[in-house]
Design a binder for this molecule. Structure first.
Ligand code: SAH
Length: 252
């Protein structure tokens, strides 16, 4: 059996209890060495075989899984954050299907959640934004035509950019060609939840300059939108006047 496990966004104690237990039981661990906190490997038992996928191809990863399976061993494939975002685990699962090898998925704390915690911010504020766009600037990996940053930016809602810190000159132009203004608040969150986490508050107009001055090139998220500002409405859920399934309000 193969378990795809979300490692969480950085801090080793942000892995789920289920994920940690599987790491303790694993005979083989394949971890994404570029972003997974190596402290998580301390869960591994003596004799556990450990591979860093940063140096491996998809085919090599599958070979390790196949060999483990043939030997009756349990494998944990440890992905950074949550595997469902830019995790490339679909292509692994499809090849495992072809081999008839069983697997399951354990979710993790994605870095976009870690970034919100670092910012002590709420992405979905009433009367500010009720949607979060998670996307990236087009780089060596293309982005489908309908999802170019400029068109995504036309909504003006909360946005979190993955994998884009080295492309901020272009990203900034695209964002400004959408609905954001040069003074729309933004923040660069470097290594969210890691011990060396850093937050760089800025605006859409100063994104590229801020990253350049801070020397931040990777392992960062770009968060954008009015949620970083001061104005919002109170929630209806906790409004004394509002009635809902679990509470009678003064409007009844
Ligand atoms: N599956 C991961 C994302 C993998 S893509 C997740 O759910 O978080 C890798 C990109 O994620 C990095 O280039 C960076 O943009 C972002 N990232 C991952 N960990 C991060 C962290 N702790 N802080 C800020 N950005 C991070």
């Amino acid at each position: 059996m193969i378990h795809f496990v979300g490692a969480g966004s950085g801090a080793a104690d942000l892995i789920t209890v289920r994920g940690a237990k599987l790491l303790e039981e694993a005979d083989v661990i394949i971890y994404a060495g570029s972003l997974v906190n190596p402290a998580l490997l301390e869960y591994a038992h003596e004799g556990c075989e450990i591979h860093n996928s940063a140096h491996m191809t998809l085919e090599e990863v599958i070979e390790v899984m196949k060999a483990a399976e043939a030997a009756g061993k349990m494998t944990v494939r440890l992905h950074t954050g949550d595997p469902s975002l830019y995790g490339a685990h679909r292509e692994q699962m499809d090849l495992l299907d072809e081999e008839g090898i069983a697997y399951d998925v354990v979710p993790g704390v994605s870095s976009f959640c870690g970034a919100a915690a670092a910012l002590k911010a709420e992405y979905t504020l009433p009367n500010v934004s009720q949607s979060v766009i998670i996307t990236r600037m087009e780089g060596r990996t293309p982005v489908p035509d309908g999802e170019k940053l400029r068109s995504m930016a036309s909504h003006g809602c909360t946005m979190v950019l993955f994998l884009s810190t080295s492309l901020l000159e272009q990203a900034q132009e695209e964002l400004l060609a959408g609905a954001y203004e040069p003074d729309t608040p933004a923040a660069i969150v470097y290594k969210a939840t890691w011990p060396d986490e850093k937050v760089f508050p800025c605006t859409v107009g100063t994104l590229a300059e801020t990253a350049r001055e801070a020397g931040v090139k990777n392992t960062a998220l770009i968060t954008i939108g009015g949620f970083l500002g001061g104005a919002y409405d109170r929630s209806r859920l906790y409004d004394p006047a509002f009635t809902h399934m679990f509470r009678k309000g003064t409007d009844e």
